[in-house]
Design a protein around this ligand. Structure first.
Ligand code: HEM
Ligand code: HEM
Length: 290
């Protein structure tokens, strides 16, 4: 097995941190959350884990701050050209996802699993934004990115694909015909529908897991030595990814456009109601430890 890269190690550490914080916060208040709603005010845990309790309130503030920071920094990096040299957009999106999934978990614990009134609209908007985010990310990672992480236009994509094909066929004993035999002909439909493209993408992902084994045996059938085949497989896989991106570029770009119309307004609705919720809480004297 190959050694993990620093990028992998950071991802593992971030995943570990996410689980420790989410599970730790849940376990801390579990005894309270399991109590029937009517019994909660009589519990000694009420002052800690109720939405206005010392810890429950802190969960609400912290979770909301995480979401605000997660959105603000990603938006700033995406729009503010001065920040372009501060890492790839993809890395910032990972931070957005980290903060905007952990934040909602803390907000869920802040509610102590009891939702009512106007603020429940914010809660369900938040839930819908998170679910839509997972879908959006699935589409987003399939859009080909340029050096700074922005989406590249098809003309650049086509050039990139030709270059990759030339590199592949000149560096190794594989021809375009062989590639077509391995992955099927790479001809794009004129205008594949959104559903068809989505189904194809899901199938493409499922097939990927079994692919190295299949490629190895196909390359052996073509008479390639095992060593050459092993060297070739990573290049072939990235070629397949790029080719797939090319085939699904237009429909996925359209899908991503529609998705934006969903993710962003829901986040705004949530934010507006939360501002009202916080204003009401402060007006009623709930100012946490201050
Ligand atoms: C997305 C963010 C938030 C959501 C979805 C949310 C949701 C809720 C919900 C569902 C309740 C319980 C209502 C009930 O018992 O029926 C609640 C209570 C409360 N929230 Fe939040 N909250 C959020 C952020 C905040 C923030 C940032 C603060 C403080 C600055 C805050 C302060 C409070 C307080 C003080 C209560 C208790 C009110 C009472 O007992 O009357 N919340 N919140
Ligand atoms: C409550 C949680 C979340 C909120 C409030 C939120 C909010 C936002 C906002 C406002 C944007 C637009 C940024 C911009 O274009 O300036 C955005 C973009 C995005 N978010 Fe979220 N998001 C949340 C959770 C998530 C989650 C959980 C995921 C994925 C698992 C996700 C994936 C994305 C993606 C892929 C983009 C688009 C990137 C782009 O167009 O450049 N979001 N989010």
């Amino acid at each position: 097995m190959s050694r993990p890269t620093p990028r992998h190690l950071i991802a593992i550490a971030a995943g570990g941190l996410w689980i420790v914080v989410a599970a730790g916060a849940l376990v801390a208040g579990l005894a309270y959350y399991r109590l029937p709603i009517v019994d909660r005010p009589y519990s000694e845990l009420h002052d800690l884990f109720a939405p206005a309790g010392l810890i429950g309130h802190a969960y609400g503030i912290l979770g909301t701050l995480m979401m605000l920071i997660g959105v603000a920094m990603y938006s700033a990096r995406k729009r503010w050209h001065r920040l372009e040299h501060t890492g790839r957009l993809r890395t910032w999106l990972h931070v957005h996802i980290f903060l905007c999934t952990l934040g909602p978990v803390l907000v869920l614990l802040h509610t102590a699993f009891r939702f009512g009134g106007l603020i429940s609209i914010a809660f369900w908007s938040m839930t819908a934004v998170v679910i839509s985010g997972v879908f959006g990310r699935y589409v987003y990672v399939r859009l080909p990115k340029g050096g700074a992480g922005g989406v590249v236009p098809p003309v650049v994509l086509r050039r990139r694909r030709v270059e990759l094909e030339a590199r592949l066929t000149s560096a190794v004993p594989v021809t375009t015909l062989t590639i077509d035999r391995l992955f099927g002909p790479g001809v794009a439909d004129e205008n594949p529908g959104l559903m068809l493209s989505l189904v194809r993408a899901i199938r493409f992902d499922f097939e990927r897991r079994r692919l190295p084994g299949r490629l190895r045996s196909e390359l052996a059938d073509l008479g390639l030595a095992q060593e050459t085949a092993t060297r070739l497989i990573p290049d072939l896989l990235s070629y397949r990814d790029e080719r797939h991106q090319m085939l699904t570029f237009r429909p996925f770009q359209r899908l991503f456009g529609y998705w934006h119309v969903f993710h962003l307004p829901l986040a705004t609705v949530m934010l507006l109601i939360v501002v009202l919720h916080v204003a009401v809480a402060v007006a009623f004297g709930y100012i946490w430890i201050f």
